[in-house]
Design a protein around this ligand. Structure first.
Ligand code: GLU
Length: 300
């Protein structure tokens, strides 16, 4: 851990503990009693899926996630427990596939490594702010979408220069390598000076220490960082893209993809999706939206 990262982790920890400067109130974290309890579908079978069969032999699912995105996918540094909306999606789908959600083995995989992790069989599926697009569909499959985000900008609270993507000329803008926001900045805002790291939390550390002027990625991710240190950070402007979040699966495992689509639909209908949202991502300030329609595209 470098010095900047250590400083920011400390800043966030201090704010989260509620003993920040000028007596800032404690930031509410996900409360376990607010989370839904997912009913395990014990009789579930999916012999047509190689991935499911492998998990069945292993006895549990291995799911790729993020570990540093507040209210979405976060790993508690002491106990190593994962929490957040993406984690709840992963768990509710595990229950639908017949595996006790308590047994899910989470693996942190950065944005740039998701396709490889799915192709190598390192993970069974991936739930981590993963935008569905045609380019990625050549390499992996996507169930969902289960949420709609949009690209936005995070700046320091005292910054009055950057109000939207039109103000980025000559500014240092940080995003994650291999992400769609990074690619969009490169393509549509060539006057911005781009900085790439593996994770957004490193970008946020760089923003807090004046190494960069803005962080750009999905509004859902940025609102979480801003909610953790509202006295230091703010999200500005309107979202300038559509980022439908999918569940990444190995390409060609259509049986698994369709089973996840069915499971997601059922979990949206029975109220678990909304309850999970409200106990996690809802804490960054946006009320539960209607989930986007599922795109059950033909077998490929
Ligand atoms: N949703 C965007 C993407 O899939 C940005 C978030 C991320 O890097 O996970 O690239």
């Amino acid at each position: 851990m470098n010095a900047f990262r250590a400083l920011a982790v400390l800043l966030i920890a201090v704010a989260a503990a509620g003993c920040g400067k000028s007596g800032s109130p404690p930031v509410k974290g996900p409360q376990p009693e607010d989370l839904p309890v997912y009913q395990v579908d014990t009789g579930f079978q999916l012999p047509a899926s190689r991935t499911w069969e492998k998990a069945e032999r292993r006895g549990h699912l291995v799911v790729g996630v993020k570990e540093d995105q507040p209210y979405l996918g976060e790993k508690d540094p002491s106990g190593g427990r994962y929490s957040g909306f993406d984690i709840e999606i992963a768990k509710m789908l595990s229950a639908s596939l017949g595996f006790d959600p308590k047994t899910v083995e989470f693996r942190t995989i950065a944005s740039a490594n998701r396709e490889t992790a799915l192709q190598n069989g390192q993970i069974d599926y991936y739930v981590g702010t993963y935008t569905i697009n045609d380019n990625r569909k050549k390499q992996v499959g996507f169930a969902g979408p289960y949420f709609m985000a949009g690209q936005s900008l995070l700046v320091r609270r005292n910054d009055d220069d950057i109000k939207g993507p039109g103000d980025l000329a000559g500014k240092k803008v940080c995003s994650a390598a291999g992400s769609t926001p990074y690619q969009r900045l490169q393509r549509e805002f060539p006057k911005a000076v781009l900085v790439a790291y593996d994770t957004y939390s490193v970008c946020v550390d760089n923003l807090l220490t004046y190494q960069v002027d803005a962080v750009s990625t999905d509004d859902s991710i940025l609102l979480g960082y801003a909610a953790k240190v509202p006295e230091e950070l703010k999200v500005v402007g309107e979202p300038f893209s559509k980022e439908p979040y999918g569940i990444g699966v190995p390409r060609g495992d259509n049986a698994l993809r369709f089973a996840l689509d069915d499971a997601l639909e059922a979990q949206e209908k029975n109220g678990n999706w909304k309850k999970a949202y409200e106990a996690t991502l809802g804490l960054s300030g946006v009320p539960a939206p209607t989930p986007p329609p599922i795109d059950r595209y033909p077998a490929s």
